[in-house]
Design a binder for this molecule. Structure first.
Ligand code: MG
Length: 401
């Protein structure tokens, strides 16, 4: 996928779809909400290391880990058994390997993974062998894994831990950090530094939702985040009346499983934690796409336009299982345009030293780049960019485009 190609996605078709669409849905994190990613990564790393030291008996020097953006990037895979961080291309060929501070050359990769360099047993999901670093929330965990494997190999962990044990401890720290709003340091830290963590796109968001309403679209939220965090984020970005912006509010949805055909997980009322049928403007959690589609009662599934950043959880599964019209929000497109105001851009050159661009791998599309290209109908660097397109559309009308 080239930038040129992503720009030349067929807008005319999109506008036709927009006109015929009834629902417009949004993921929350990195779609509606934009982060100062370096701060987010530093904060999450602190939360993981504190848990490892306090709850799992890791040495206090682990608290001194300072997140380094060149070690782990969005899109990496953690090879749990071998203790490596990987990057794979569109054909699942391994193009980069980092172990501790060592970057493998091609013959070293072939020695470790076989002559064809193809990664076995990977279909885009985390599994027993690989952890996907799919968002900026997990980058700190990939960084910690890399550092702890190195520390263990140098005899710095007593008793010594296997790579599998380090991985299991990290997964526990991730669950502890994000699963319950009232525990750990992550959510209180975010709430004490909202302007430091979030990029302020409030004005654009409100304008975008107003335009969608003007076009008689129904708007829904479909996020994996838990209620406390959704409330914290949207109260900050949209105000205390944020629920009024949405017709359906679906959270802790467990995408990609939410979209998969076998899933029959019922919707749960957030307040009572009891099973509940879908209701307008009422916060619900869990659920499955089959019940959602029955409730929406549409003639065509592509009458839903859905915006999300995750190549699998938001884009591929929504397209594959229910054929929604998918718009991927790819913040990394801004990097190519040198427009990124985020302070993470300061570390872009550092990251590129090892990993290169998110969407590319040795001049071929990366695995994630190819998924986004194949399964998204439209791509945008941010909702603010999309707003500009929508305003143009509203000014001139779809048929003039
Ligand atoms: Mg997201």
């Amino acid at each position: 996928m080239s930038q040129q190609k992503s720009k030349s996605k067929p807008k005319k078709i999109f506008w036709k779809r927009y006109l015929s669409s009834k629902y417009v849905g949004f993921d929350l994190d990195h779609t509606i909400s934009k982060y100062h990613k370096l701060k987010l990564s530093i904060l999450s790393t602190k939360c993981y290391t504190k848990y490892l030291v306090n709850e799992k008996g890791y040495p206090e020097k682990v608290l001194k880990f300072a997140f380094d953006p060149k070690i782990c990037v969005k899109g990496n895979l953690v090879d749990i058994e071998k203790g490596n961080l990987l990057k794979v291309d569109s054909e699942k060929k391994i193009c980069k390997v980092l172990h501790g501070d060592k970057i493998f050359n091609e013959s070293e990769i072939a020695k470790e993974y076989g002559e064809n360099l193809i990664l076995d047993g990977f279909e885009g999901f985390s599994n027993k062998k690989y952890l996907v670093i799919g968002t900026y929330f997990e980058i700190g965990a990939g960084y910690c894994f890399n550092r702890l494997v190195l520390m263990s190999e140098k005899g710095g962990l007593k008793p010594k831990k296997t790579n599998q044990e380090i991985y299991s401890d990290l997964i526990e720290s991730l669950i502890y950090t994000y699963r319950v709003y009232e525990q750990g340091d992550f959510y209180p830290s975010v709430s004490q530094d909202l302007p430091g963590i979030f990029d302020d796109n409030t004005k654009d968001l409100k304008q975008l939702f107003r335009l969608l309403r003007k076009d008689n679209k129904k708007i829904f939220l479909l996020t994996n985040s838990i209620f406390g965090y959704v409330n914290l984020t949207l109260d900050y970005l949209l105000g205390s009346n944020w629920q009024e912006y949405f017709d359906l509010i679906l959270m802790y949805a467990k995408k990609p499983v939410f979209f998969q055909s076998g899933s029959q997980t019922p919707f749960i009322d957030v307040k009572t934690q009891k099973e509940c049928s879908l209701k307008i403007r009422y916060p619900l959690q869990n659920g499955n796409v089959k019940d959602l589609m029955k409730f929406l009662d549409l003639e065509q599934n592509n009458e839903i336009i859905y915006f999300g950043d995750h190549p699998i959880g938001d884009v591929r599964e929504a397209k594959n299982h229910v054929n929604w019209t998918t718009v991927s929000v790819i913040e990394e497109l801004d990097i190519y345009n040198n427009e990124q105001s985020d302070n993470y851009s300061e570390s872009i050159e550092k990251r590129k030293q090892i990993w290169g661009d998110y969407l590319f791998c040795n001049k071929k599309p990366s695995y994630w780049g190819s998924i986004l290209n194949q399964f998204s109908d439209y791509q945008t660097a941010s909702l603010s960019h999309f707003l500009i397109d929508l305003q143009k559309f509203q000014k001139f009308g779809a048929l003039d485009n």
